[in-house]
Design a protein. Structure first.
Length: 296
């Protein structure tokens, strides 16, 4: 028998109905992966799963995720979490890390803004990443905002930065984010589209965990510029050279969507007070906020 089983093969192998197997998949209670739209089940992993006695009622109960929003940092989202009284903590470590924690059940939601290195249009990047992620078959993607991303520099732009190409040559220290952070993916994507290799840039150390840390690095003189949002630059009193508008979305599991914490947050998202705050911070388009972009 092949090492990767189809749904009907796995159901027969486990002596379950396909309906029961799909129920286990929906609960992330059985080892599986999604490839080109099809569920596949590693036979060796199924053997270990059965041997460990995981097919029991206690094991099928999905543990509640902690009330934490992980992923990318954003000033408007940070304000909304606090203002809504939703009781959700914020753990901003970057989009990739947020998705990893969501898959592992370590956060209830992840804020993401992803960018494809080989695509000029990033409109579908967040949706494609969630749809392809193993373990997020029950995810829903909620639009938060479009954000303006660009190059943040010291007030007065003392190094004369003009565009992404002007970062090359070694004359400026460029702050960078962790490898899986959306802003770092954006930087690499923009460099590739401009025909500039990363080795032509001089990167400041250490890596900055959030956009706010990039702003602080610039204010302290440790870095000369970096990629961040207009709102981050405005809050820090720094100059901003706009580059693109991007999608900034929230991802959570369908079963968690109607929990009190997320619902308190979503209620605020649809209120005029959030739109007013977005205008005050600058660099946001919230006309589609709260819309379901993907139901996996």
């Amino acid at each position: 028998m092949t090492e990767l089983l189809t749904t009907d093969e796995a159901a027969a192998y486990l002596r379950l109905s396909e309906r029961k197997l799909y129920e286990l998949v929906a609960r992330a209670a059985v080892p599986c992966t999604k490839v080109t739209g099809r569920w596949l089940f590693p036979r060796a992993a199924l053997d270990r799963w059965e041997m460990a006695g995981l097919i029991t009622p206690a094991a099928l109960a999905h543990p509640a995720a902690p009330p934490i929003v992980g992923g990318s940092h954003d000033p408007l989202l940070e304000w909304a979490l606090r203002e809504s009284g939703c009781g959700l903590a914020y753990l901003p470590e970057g989009s990739g890390e947020g998705l990893r924690r969501l898959i592992q059940g370590e956060v209830i939601a992840a804020a993401i803004h992803l960018h494809a290195l080989d695509a000029a249009d990033d409109e579908q990047a967040n949706l494609s990443a969630v749809a392809a992620a193993a373990g997020l078959h029950d995810a829903v993607v909620i639009a938060f905002a479009r954000r303006e991303q660009g190059i943040v520099t010291a007030a007065g732009n003392p190094h004369g930065v003009t565009d992404i190409v002007s970062l090359a040559g070694g004359s400026v220290q460029v702050a960078q984010r962790p490898a899986a952070a959306g802003a770092q993916l954006l930087l690499l994507a923009l460099l590739r589209r401009a025909g500039v290799t990363p080795d032509r840039l001089t990167f400041a150390r250490p890596v900055c965990p959030t956009g706010t840390d990039i702003a602080q690095a610039i204010r302290s003189g440790r870095a000369d510029c970096g990629i961040a949002t207009r709102s981050v630059a405005a809050i820090a009193g720094l100059d901003f050279l706009p580059l693109i508008w991007e999608r900034f979305d929230l991802v959570l599991r369908q079963r968690d969507y109607f929990l009190p914490g997320p619902q308190e947050l979503f209620s605020l998202l649809r209120s005029p007070v959030l739109a007013e705050r977005a205008i005050e911070l600058g660099g946001y388009d919230v006309r589609s906020i709260g819309e379901v972009r993907l139901l996996n």
